[in-house]
Design a protein around this ligand. Structure first.
Ligand code: ADP
Length: 407
Protein backbone atom coordinates (compact mmCIF):
# COMPACT_ATOMS: atom_id res chain seq x y z
CA UNK A 1 0.00 0.00 0.00
CA UNK A 2 1.48 3.34 -0.92
CA UNK A 3 0.35 6.89 -1.14
CA UNK A 4 -1.24 7.86 -4.45
CA UNK A 5 0.78 9.90 -6.91
CA UNK A 6 -0.68 13.36 -6.90
CA UNK A 7 0.28 16.34 -8.95
CA UNK A 8 -0.77 19.94 -8.73
CA UNK A 9 -4.41 20.63 -9.63
CA UNK A 10 -5.29 16.97 -10.10
CA UNK A 11 -8.69 16.25 -8.60
CA UNK A 12 -9.57 13.15 -6.56
CA UNK A 13 -12.97 11.90 -5.52
CA UNK A 14 -13.91 9.36 -2.87
CA UNK A 15 -17.13 7.40 -2.86
CA UNK A 16 -18.49 5.77 0.25
CA UNK A 17 -21.26 3.25 -0.11
CA UNK A 18 -22.64 2.39 3.32
CA UNK A 19 -24.90 -0.66 3.08
CA UNK A 20 -26.76 -2.44 5.85
CA UNK A 21 -23.79 -4.77 6.51
CA UNK A 22 -20.95 -3.22 4.52
CA UNK A 23 -18.96 -0.02 4.24
CA UNK A 24 -17.31 0.20 0.83
CA UNK A 25 -15.01 2.89 -0.55
CA UNK A 26 -13.56 3.83 -3.95
CA UNK A 27 -11.03 6.50 -4.86
CA UNK A 28 -11.07 8.04 -8.32
CA UNK A 29 -8.55 10.36 -9.97
CA UNK A 30 -9.60 12.79 -12.69
CA UNK A 31 -7.51 12.52 -15.86
CA UNK A 32 -6.48 15.43 -18.13
CA UNK A 33 -9.44 14.69 -20.39
CA UNK A 34 -11.82 14.71 -17.38
CA UNK A 35 -12.36 10.97 -17.16
CA UNK A 36 -12.47 9.37 -13.75
CA UNK A 37 -10.08 6.47 -13.14
CA UNK A 38 -10.38 4.14 -10.17
CA UNK A 39 -7.17 4.03 -8.14
CA UNK A 40 -8.25 1.78 -5.28
CA UNK A 41 -11.40 0.35 -3.79
CA UNK A 42 -12.57 -2.13 -1.21
CA UNK A 43 -14.23 -1.94 2.14
CA UNK A 44 -15.46 -3.59 5.28
CA UNK A 45 -17.98 -6.40 5.06
CA UNK A 46 -19.83 -8.42 7.67
CA UNK A 47 -20.65 -5.42 9.86
CA UNK A 48 -22.83 -6.57 12.75
CA UNK A 49 -21.47 -10.11 12.52
CA UNK A 50 -18.79 -11.62 14.78
CA UNK A 51 -16.19 -11.44 12.05
CA UNK A 52 -16.15 -8.20 10.10
CA UNK A 53 -13.27 -7.99 7.62
CA UNK A 54 -11.61 -5.38 5.44
CA UNK A 55 -10.23 -5.97 1.99
CA UNK A 56 -8.72 -3.48 -0.49
CA UNK A 57 -7.63 -3.58 -4.12
CA UNK A 58 -5.39 -1.48 -6.35
CA UNK A 59 -6.24 -0.10 -9.80
CA UNK A 60 -5.52 -3.49 -11.40
CA UNK A 61 -7.89 -5.17 -8.95
CA UNK A 62 -4.98 -6.87 -7.15
CA UNK A 63 -5.63 -7.29 -3.46
CA UNK A 64 -3.37 -4.91 -1.56
CA UNK A 65 -4.49 -5.39 2.02
CA UNK A 66 -6.88 -7.22 4.29
CA UNK A 67 -7.72 -7.08 7.94
CA UNK A 68 -9.93 -9.23 10.15
CA UNK A 69 -11.61 -8.46 13.42
CA UNK A 70 -12.35 -11.39 15.68
CA UNK A 71 -15.21 -9.90 17.63
CA UNK A 72 -18.22 -7.73 16.87
CA UNK A 73 -16.61 -4.31 16.48
CA UNK A 74 -18.57 -1.07 16.73
CA UNK A 75 -19.47 0.88 13.62
CA UNK A 76 -17.51 3.86 14.98
CA UNK A 77 -14.31 1.80 15.24
CA UNK A 78 -14.77 0.34 11.76
CA UNK A 79 -15.46 3.74 10.27
CA UNK A 80 -12.38 5.23 11.95
CA UNK A 81 -10.31 2.39 10.47
CA UNK A 82 -11.66 3.07 6.98
CA UNK A 83 -11.06 6.82 7.21
CA UNK A 84 -7.48 6.28 8.42
CA UNK A 85 -6.91 3.84 5.56
CA UNK A 86 -8.08 6.41 3.01
CA UNK A 87 -5.93 9.11 4.68
CA UNK A 88 -2.85 6.92 4.31
CA UNK A 89 -3.63 6.59 0.64
CA UNK A 90 -4.49 10.17 -0.09
CA UNK A 91 -3.97 13.27 2.05
CA UNK A 92 -7.43 14.68 2.82
CA UNK A 93 -6.63 18.11 1.34
CA UNK A 94 -6.31 16.40 -2.07
CA UNK A 95 -9.92 15.25 -1.95
CA UNK A 96 -12.24 17.43 -4.05
CA UNK A 97 -15.39 15.71 -2.81
CA UNK A 98 -16.78 12.64 -1.12
CA UNK A 99 -19.91 11.17 -2.66
CA UNK A 100 -22.38 9.02 -0.78
CA UNK A 101 -25.06 6.70 -1.99
CA UNK A 102 -28.32 7.54 -0.23
CA UNK A 103 -31.19 5.15 -0.53
CA UNK A 104 -34.17 7.45 -0.25
CA UNK A 105 -34.75 11.04 -1.33
CA UNK A 106 -38.48 10.88 -0.54
CA UNK A 107 -40.48 13.66 -2.19
CA UNK A 108 -37.82 16.19 -1.13
CA UNK A 109 -34.86 15.29 -3.34
CA UNK A 110 -34.76 13.99 -6.87
CA UNK A 111 -31.23 15.10 -7.84
CA UNK A 112 -27.75 14.58 -6.35
CA UNK A 113 -27.14 17.39 -3.89
CA UNK A 114 -24.43 19.07 -1.78
CA UNK A 115 -24.62 18.28 1.92
CA UNK A 116 -25.48 21.34 4.00
CA UNK A 117 -26.82 21.49 7.58
CA UNK A 118 -30.34 21.98 6.17
CA UNK A 119 -30.00 18.99 3.83
CA UNK A 120 -28.77 16.86 6.74
CA UNK A 121 -31.75 17.86 8.85
CA UNK A 122 -34.11 16.89 6.03
CA UNK A 123 -32.33 13.60 5.44
CA UNK A 124 -32.79 12.67 9.10
CA UNK A 125 -36.53 13.11 8.61
CA UNK A 126 -36.37 10.46 5.86
CA UNK A 127 -34.94 7.77 8.16
CA UNK A 128 -38.32 6.03 8.62
CA UNK A 129 -38.45 5.47 4.84
CA UNK A 130 -35.18 3.48 4.86
CA UNK A 131 -34.57 2.48 8.49
CA UNK A 132 -31.76 0.01 7.81
CA UNK A 133 -29.65 2.10 5.43
CA UNK A 134 -30.24 5.81 5.95
CA UNK A 135 -28.98 6.12 9.58
CA UNK A 136 -25.67 4.46 8.74
CA UNK A 137 -25.04 6.79 5.81
CA UNK A 138 -25.81 9.80 7.99
CA UNK A 139 -23.35 8.57 10.63
CA UNK A 140 -20.64 8.40 7.96
CA UNK A 141 -21.42 11.94 6.74
CA UNK A 142 -21.45 13.32 10.32
CA UNK A 143 -18.14 11.64 11.16
CA UNK A 144 -16.43 13.00 8.03
CA UNK A 145 -17.85 16.50 8.59
CA UNK A 146 -16.55 16.53 12.17
CA UNK A 147 -13.08 15.38 11.09
CA UNK A 148 -12.77 17.65 8.01
CA UNK A 149 -15.05 20.67 8.47
CA UNK A 150 -14.43 22.11 4.98
CA UNK A 151 -14.87 18.83 3.09
CA UNK A 152 -17.30 18.88 0.17
CA UNK A 153 -19.78 16.01 0.58
CA UNK A 154 -22.54 15.13 -1.81
CA UNK A 155 -25.38 12.63 -1.65
CA UNK A 156 -26.86 10.75 -4.62
CA UNK A 157 -30.26 9.18 -4.25
CA UNK A 158 -31.23 5.74 -5.48
CA UNK A 159 -34.73 7.08 -6.05
CA UNK A 160 -33.77 9.99 -8.37
CA UNK A 161 -33.64 8.12 -11.65
CA UNK A 162 -37.34 7.25 -11.37
CA UNK A 163 -38.53 10.85 -11.09
CA UNK A 164 -39.57 10.58 -14.76
CA UNK A 165 -42.21 7.92 -13.95
CA UNK A 166 -45.66 9.14 -14.91
CA UNK A 167 -47.72 10.17 -11.88
CA UNK A 168 -50.09 7.26 -12.42
CA UNK A 169 -47.16 4.81 -12.15
CA UNK A 170 -46.23 6.33 -8.79
CA UNK A 171 -49.69 6.03 -7.25
CA UNK A 172 -50.95 3.38 -4.86
CA UNK A 173 -54.69 2.79 -4.62
CA UNK A 174 -54.73 4.55 -1.25
CA UNK A 175 -56.74 7.56 -0.06
CA UNK A 176 -55.47 10.88 -1.38
CA UNK A 177 -54.64 12.06 2.15
CA UNK A 178 -51.98 9.32 2.39
CA UNK A 179 -50.68 9.96 -1.11
CA UNK A 180 -50.24 13.61 -0.08
CA UNK A 181 -48.07 12.42 2.83
CA UNK A 182 -45.66 10.82 0.34
CA UNK A 183 -46.95 7.23 0.30
CA UNK A 184 -45.96 6.76 -3.31
CA UNK A 185 -43.96 4.35 -5.42
CA UNK A 186 -40.41 5.72 -5.69
CA UNK A 187 -38.28 2.88 -7.07
CA UNK A 188 -34.59 2.24 -6.20
CA UNK A 189 -31.24 1.13 -7.71
CA UNK A 190 -31.43 4.39 -9.69
CA UNK A 191 -27.65 4.93 -9.77
CA UNK A 192 -27.21 1.50 -11.31
CA UNK A 193 -29.95 2.10 -13.90
CA UNK A 194 -28.54 5.56 -14.69
CA UNK A 195 -25.05 4.15 -15.24
CA UNK A 196 -26.25 1.23 -17.37
CA UNK A 197 -28.50 3.42 -19.50
CA UNK A 198 -25.58 5.83 -20.14
CA UNK A 199 -23.30 2.94 -21.10
CA UNK A 200 -25.94 1.56 -23.42
CA UNK A 201 -25.79 4.82 -25.39
CA UNK A 202 -22.12 4.12 -26.21
CA UNK A 203 -22.93 0.57 -27.26
CA UNK A 204 -26.22 0.49 -29.14
CA UNK A 205 -28.35 3.57 -29.73
CA UNK A 206 -31.40 1.49 -30.63
CA UNK A 207 -31.26 -0.35 -27.30
CA UNK A 208 -30.54 2.89 -25.44
CA UNK A 209 -33.35 4.91 -26.96
CA UNK A 210 -36.04 2.23 -27.39
CA UNK A 211 -38.22 0.35 -24.90
CA UNK A 212 -35.74 -1.27 -22.55
CA UNK A 213 -35.87 -3.27 -19.34
CA UNK A 214 -32.81 -3.32 -17.08
CA UNK A 215 -32.76 -6.19 -14.59
CA UNK A 216 -30.48 -5.30 -11.66
CA UNK A 217 -30.15 -8.74 -10.08
CA UNK A 218 -27.89 -8.57 -7.03
CA UNK A 219 -28.51 -9.40 -3.39
CA UNK A 220 -30.97 -6.52 -3.63
CA UNK A 221 -32.83 -6.80 -6.95
CA UNK A 222 -35.15 -4.66 -8.99
CA UNK A 223 -36.06 -3.99 -12.60
CA UNK A 224 -36.65 -0.75 -14.43
CA UNK A 225 -38.59 -0.09 -17.64
CA UNK A 226 -37.28 2.78 -19.73
CA UNK A 227 -38.43 4.55 -22.87
CA UNK A 228 -35.75 6.64 -24.58
CA UNK A 229 -33.41 6.17 -21.61
CA UNK A 230 -35.92 7.50 -19.08
CA UNK A 231 -37.49 5.41 -16.34
CA UNK A 232 -41.24 4.88 -16.76
CA UNK A 233 -41.81 2.13 -14.17
CA UNK A 234 -39.92 -0.09 -11.74
CA UNK A 235 -40.56 -3.13 -9.58
CA UNK A 236 -39.69 -1.45 -6.28
CA UNK A 237 -42.05 1.02 -4.69
CA UNK A 238 -42.24 2.99 -1.45
CA UNK A 239 -39.52 0.87 0.10
CA UNK A 240 -36.80 -1.43 -1.20
CA UNK A 241 -38.93 -4.46 -0.26
CA UNK A 242 -41.29 -4.64 -3.23
CA UNK A 243 -40.99 -6.50 -6.51
CA UNK A 244 -38.54 -9.36 -7.05
CA UNK A 245 -37.58 -12.03 -4.55
CA UNK A 246 -34.14 -10.94 -3.23
CA UNK A 247 -31.32 -12.45 -1.17
CA UNK A 248 -33.14 -11.92 2.13
CA UNK A 249 -36.08 -9.64 1.18
CA UNK A 250 -39.48 -11.01 0.30
CA UNK A 251 -40.38 -8.90 -2.74
CA UNK A 252 -44.01 -8.48 -3.76
CA UNK A 253 -46.35 -9.50 -0.93
CA UNK A 254 -50.07 -9.27 -0.40
CA UNK A 255 -50.62 -6.60 2.31
CA UNK A 256 -53.13 -9.07 3.79
CA UNK A 257 -50.16 -11.22 4.86
CA UNK A 258 -48.89 -8.35 7.03
CA UNK A 259 -52.32 -7.95 8.63
CA UNK A 260 -52.48 -11.68 9.30
CA UNK A 261 -49.01 -11.74 10.90
CA UNK A 262 -49.90 -8.75 13.08
CA UNK A 263 -53.33 -9.99 14.11
CA UNK A 264 -52.91 -13.76 14.31
CA UNK A 265 -49.21 -14.54 14.69
CA UNK A 266 -48.59 -11.95 17.39
CA UNK A 267 -45.76 -10.27 15.50
CA UNK A 268 -44.86 -6.66 16.19
CA UNK A 269 -43.49 -4.08 13.76
CA UNK A 270 -39.84 -4.73 14.61
CA UNK A 271 -40.25 -8.49 14.14
CA UNK A 272 -41.99 -7.90 10.83
CA UNK A 273 -39.16 -5.64 9.69
CA UNK A 274 -36.60 -8.36 10.50
CA UNK A 275 -38.72 -11.02 8.81
CA UNK A 276 -39.29 -9.09 5.60
CA UNK A 277 -35.82 -7.53 5.20
CA UNK A 278 -33.51 -10.18 6.64
CA UNK A 279 -35.17 -13.58 6.88
CA UNK A 280 -37.15 -13.89 3.66
CA UNK A 281 -36.24 -14.10 -0.03
CA UNK A 282 -33.83 -16.79 -1.24
CA UNK A 283 -32.67 -17.38 2.33
CA UNK A 284 -36.17 -17.76 3.75
CA UNK A 285 -37.51 -19.98 0.96
CA UNK A 286 -34.45 -22.25 0.79
CA UNK A 287 -33.62 -22.24 4.49
CA UNK A 288 -30.03 -22.58 3.25
CA UNK A 289 -28.50 -19.39 1.88
CA UNK A 290 -29.18 -15.97 0.37
CA UNK A 291 -26.45 -16.57 -2.21
CA UNK A 292 -27.34 -17.95 -5.65
CA UNK A 293 -23.95 -19.72 -5.82
CA UNK A 294 -24.72 -21.78 -2.69
CA UNK A 295 -28.19 -22.64 -3.96
CA UNK A 296 -26.83 -23.76 -7.33
CA UNK A 297 -24.44 -26.13 -5.56
CA UNK A 298 -27.07 -27.56 -3.22
CA UNK A 299 -29.07 -30.74 -3.91
CA UNK A 300 -31.83 -29.72 -1.49
CA UNK A 301 -35.28 -29.39 -3.12
CA UNK A 302 -35.81 -26.11 -1.22
CA UNK A 303 -32.75 -24.61 -2.95
CA UNK A 304 -34.23 -25.50 -6.34
CA UNK A 305 -37.59 -24.02 -5.31
CA UNK A 306 -35.96 -20.74 -4.22
CA UNK A 307 -34.15 -20.38 -7.57
CA UNK A 308 -37.31 -21.26 -9.51
CA UNK A 309 -39.25 -18.62 -7.58
CA UNK A 310 -36.52 -16.03 -8.23
CA UNK A 311 -36.71 -16.66 -12.00
CA UNK A 312 -40.53 -16.82 -11.98
CA UNK A 313 -40.77 -13.40 -10.33
CA UNK A 314 -38.33 -11.85 -12.83
CA UNK A 315 -40.45 -13.27 -15.66
CA UNK A 316 -43.76 -12.08 -14.16
CA UNK A 317 -42.41 -8.58 -13.54
CA UNK A 318 -41.01 -8.43 -17.08
CA UNK A 319 -44.52 -8.96 -18.40
CA UNK A 320 -45.77 -6.12 -16.23
CA UNK A 321 -42.95 -3.72 -17.19
CA UNK A 322 -43.28 -4.56 -20.90
CA UNK A 323 -46.96 -3.58 -20.57
CA UNK A 324 -45.91 -0.25 -19.01
CA UNK A 325 -43.60 0.37 -22.02
CA UNK A 326 -46.12 -0.82 -24.61
CA UNK A 327 -43.70 -3.53 -25.85
CA UNK A 328 -40.04 -4.36 -25.59
CA UNK A 329 -36.94 -3.78 -27.74
CA UNK A 330 -34.08 -4.65 -25.37
CA UNK A 331 -33.39 -6.44 -22.13
CA UNK A 332 -30.25 -5.86 -20.03
CA UNK A 333 -28.87 -8.05 -17.22
CA UNK A 334 -26.70 -6.39 -14.59
CA UNK A 335 -25.39 -6.73 -10.94
CA UNK A 336 -23.96 -9.86 -9.25
CA UNK A 337 -26.48 -12.48 -10.44
CA UNK A 338 -27.32 -10.75 -13.73
CA UNK A 339 -23.64 -10.37 -14.69
CA UNK A 340 -22.35 -13.73 -13.50
CA UNK A 341 -25.03 -16.41 -13.59
CA UNK A 342 -25.46 -17.82 -17.11
CA UNK A 343 -27.95 -20.35 -15.65
CA UNK A 344 -30.29 -17.68 -14.26
CA UNK A 345 -30.04 -15.64 -17.48
CA UNK A 346 -30.84 -18.74 -19.56
CA UNK A 347 -33.85 -19.66 -17.40
CA UNK A 348 -35.22 -16.09 -17.57
CA UNK A 349 -34.79 -15.84 -21.34
CA UNK A 350 -36.29 -19.26 -21.95
CA UNK A 351 -39.49 -18.27 -20.14
CA UNK A 352 -39.58 -14.96 -22.01
CA UNK A 353 -39.41 -16.50 -25.48
CA UNK A 354 -43.05 -15.49 -26.03
CA UNK A 355 -42.00 -11.84 -25.67
CA UNK A 356 -39.30 -12.14 -28.34
CA UNK A 357 -36.17 -12.93 -26.31
CA UNK A 358 -34.01 -15.41 -28.21
CA UNK A 359 -30.82 -16.23 -26.37
CA UNK A 360 -27.53 -17.05 -28.09
CA UNK A 361 -26.52 -19.84 -25.72
CA UNK A 362 -22.82 -19.71 -26.53
CA UNK A 363 -22.60 -15.95 -26.03
CA UNK A 364 -24.48 -16.39 -22.77
CA UNK A 365 -22.08 -19.10 -21.56
CA UNK A 366 -19.12 -16.86 -22.42
CA UNK A 367 -20.74 -13.87 -20.70
CA UNK A 368 -20.42 -11.69 -23.81
CA UNK A 369 -21.79 -8.18 -24.06
CA UNK A 370 -24.59 -9.08 -26.50
CA UNK A 371 -26.16 -12.45 -25.80
CA UNK A 372 -29.18 -12.49 -28.15
CA UNK A 373 -29.31 -14.23 -31.52
CA UNK A 374 -29.11 -11.91 -34.53
CA UNK A 375 -32.70 -12.90 -35.33
CA UNK A 376 -34.00 -12.08 -31.82
CA UNK A 377 -36.77 -9.43 -31.92
CA UNK A 378 -35.56 -8.26 -28.49
CA UNK A 379 -31.82 -7.66 -28.08
CA UNK A 380 -30.33 -9.05 -24.86
CA UNK A 381 -27.25 -7.64 -23.12
CA UNK A 382 -24.97 -8.11 -20.12
CA UNK A 383 -23.68 -4.78 -18.85
CA UNK A 384 -21.67 -4.57 -15.62
CA UNK A 385 -23.02 -1.89 -13.36
CA UNK A 386 -20.80 0.67 -11.62
CA UNK A 387 -22.75 2.71 -9.11
CA UNK A 388 -19.59 4.11 -7.51
CA UNK A 389 -18.40 5.64 -10.79
CA UNK A 390 -21.85 7.19 -11.28
CA UNK A 391 -21.60 8.77 -7.81
CA UNK A 392 -18.05 10.00 -8.51
CA UNK A 393 -19.26 11.61 -11.75
CA UNK A 394 -21.99 13.46 -9.86
CA UNK A 395 -19.36 14.43 -7.26
CA UNK A 396 -17.04 15.82 -9.95
CA UNK A 397 -19.89 17.85 -11.40
CA UNK A 398 -21.12 19.20 -8.06
CA UNK A 399 -17.73 19.88 -6.50
CA UNK A 400 -17.38 23.07 -8.57
CA UNK A 401 -20.59 24.26 -6.89
CA UNK A 402 -19.06 23.31 -3.57
CA UNK A 403 -15.97 25.43 -4.21
CA UNK A 404 -18.29 28.35 -4.96
CA UNK A 405 -19.91 27.86 -1.52
CA UNK A 406 -16.59 27.93 0.33
CA UNK A 407 -15.58 31.10 2.13
P1 ADP B 1 -25.09 -6.14 -3.70
O1 ADP B 1 -24.23 -5.07 -4.35
O2 ADP B 1 -26.54 -5.87 -3.68
O3 ADP B 1 -24.54 -6.64 -2.39
P2 ADP B 1 -24.17 -7.79 -5.89
O4 ADP B 1 -24.65 -7.09 -7.09
O5 ADP B 1 -22.71 -7.77 -5.59
O6 ADP B 1 -25.02 -7.41 -4.62
O7 ADP B 1 -24.64 -9.33 -6.00
C1 ADP B 1 -24.34 -10.23 -4.99
C2 ADP B 1 -25.01 -11.56 -5.32
O8 ADP B 1 -24.64 -11.98 -6.64
C3 ADP B 1 -24.58 -12.68 -4.40
O9 ADP B 1 -25.36 -12.74 -3.25
C4 ADP B 1 -24.78 -13.91 -5.26
O10 ADP B 1 -26.09 -14.41 -5.07
C5 ADP B 1 -24.70 -13.40 -6.68
N1 ADP B 1 -23.50 -13.88 -7.39
C6 ADP B 1 -22.26 -13.39 -7.34
N2 ADP B 1 -21.43 -14.11 -8.14
C7 ADP B 1 -22.19 -15.08 -8.70
C8 ADP B 1 -21.96 -16.15 -9.61
N3 ADP B 1 -20.75 -16.38 -10.13
N4 ADP B 1 -23.01 -16.93 -9.95
C9 ADP B 1 -24.23 -16.72 -9.44
N5 ADP B 1 -24.52 -15.71 -8.58
C10 ADP B 1 -23.52 -14.92 -8.22
Amino acid sequence: MSELDTHANQRFFAVINAGSSSLKYSLFAETHDKRLERRTDGGIEGIGSDKPFFIAFDDDKYQIDEYHWDKATSLDELLAFLIEWIEKFLAPDHLSAVGHRMLHGGTLYDEPILVTPEVLENLRKLIPLAPLHQPRILTVIDTLAARYPGLCQIVCFDTSFHKTNPYIAKLYGLPQSLTDKGLLRFGFHGLSFEYVSMELKHIDMHAAMGRTIIAHLGSGASMCAMIGGKSVASTMGFSALDGLVMGTRCGQLDPGVILYLLQHEGMNAKELETLLYQESGLLGVSGISNDVRDLMKSDAPSAKTALELFVYRVVRETGSLAAACGGLDSFVFTAGIGERSSEIRAAVCEQLGWLGLELDERANQLGELKISKDTSPVSIWILPTYEELMIARHGARLSAECEAHQP
